[in-house]
Design a binder for this molecule. Structure first.
Ligand code: DX5
Ligand code: ZN
Length: 221
């Protein structure tokens, strides 16, 4: 089910918060496609990251779309405030939304792209009745909350299942993968059907982050 789309969304969670401006400019200058922005509330996940004021600052410097991954309970409460600080794409967790249909519709009505995130334990079958509303689906390939974790191998099966569902119900929906992505597994992930790979430590932990982005995308020098 491989296709031609090979995008990379570097996760700012692994950036240097003491020098965020430099890291944002590196992504601007690189072949990366989006900025992946991880919002954590300390309730849905054990960690707390940052919220709207920091995103407002990122938006001032970023020249590519902000792909905001909300790891917060009941994200439907906050759609307008994330729009107000310049969010382009919002993904919400299936596990955090009581009224997922309403939340996805609200994101789109606010003028943003909308996506659902599935935790590693959540089956792709859960999306049968909501994928029509999605511009993208994000599969977690680690348990959310922290950068630098080991990739969960069952994700490959889930990508194949999701690719089948997407071609049946919403062919334009993008498949994004988040967690444990490296230069070594990127190729197989795209081949299975992924369109967008999130990469935190594989980019910001690399000696040459711009080269790491190119290697993940499979761009030859
Ligand atoms: C984890 C976050 C990820 C994280 C990925 O909960 O959603 O976006 O930054 O980090 P790596 O690429 O290091 O696994
Ligand atoms: Zn993320």
């Amino acid at each position: 089910m491989a296709n031609d789309i090979k995008m990379v969304s570097p996760s700012l969670l692994s950036a240097n918060f003491g020098n965020l401006e430099r890291d944002i400019e590196m992504i601007n200058e690189s072949n990366a496609d989006w900025f992946h922005v991880d919002v954590m509330d300390g309730v849905f996940v054990p960690n707390i990251s940052f919220g709207q004021p920091v995103i407002k600052y990122i938006k001032k410097l970023a020249r590519k779309p902000l792909d905001v991954h909300l790891m917060i309970v009941d994200p439907g409460r906050c759609i307008d405030s994330f729009k107000a600080v310049g969010t382009d794409i919002i993904t919400v967790h299936y596990e955090a939304c009581t009224h997922l249909d309403r939340t996805l519709t609200a994101i789109k009505e606010a003028g943003m792209q909308a996506g659902v995130v599935l935790n590693p334990h959540s089956s792709v079958m859960l999306l049968e009745d909501s994928i029509q509303l999605c511009d993208l689906v994000l599969l977690m390939s680690v348990n959310p909350g922290f950068g630098g974790q080991k990739f969960i191998e069952n994700t490959y099966n889930k990508i194949e299942q999701l690719a089948e569902l997407k071609y049946r119900k919403n062919p334009n929906c993008l498949i994004e993968i988040d967690g444990g992505v490296t230069e070594s597994n990127a190729h197989l992930l795209y081949e299975k059907g992924a369109d967008v790979l999130v990469a935190g430590s594989a980019v910001f932990g690399a000696k040459n982050p711009m080269e790491a982005i190119d290697n993940i995308k499979g761009l030859s020098k």
